[in-house]
Design a protein around this ligand. Structure first.
Ligand code: FES
Length: 87
């Protein structure tokens, strides 16, 4: 299971397996702007404070950027356990 925590409010939101992080957050009143929803444009890029990211972006990040683990494209990437997002 994947949970996202919003750093500024402490709100924890469970991400269902069939929903993107941005969709699940939107349904809980947390809006992240999206455009391509494929990890290409970078519109949704969000800083990650902690947690294990599973990068599924379509090439927006370089391998080095992915390896740093401090940002993600929540329109399509996921994670394991709890991701704390800088929102
Ligand atoms: Fe384009 Fe997420 S909306 S990278």
């Amino acid at each position: 299971a994947l949970t996202v925590r919003i750093a500024s409010t402490g709100q924890s939101i469970e991400i269902p397996p069939d929903q993107s992080i941005t969709t699940a957050l939107e349904r809980h009143g947390v809006s992240i702007p999206v455009s391509c929803e494929q990890g290409i444009c970078g519109t949704c890029v969000t800083r990650v404070i902690s947690g294990e990211i599973e990068h599924r972006d379509g090439g927006y990040f370089t391998e080095a950027e992915r390896a740093r683990g401090d940002q993600m494209t929540p329109c399509c990437s996921r994670g394991r356990g709890t991701l704390v997002l800088d929102l």
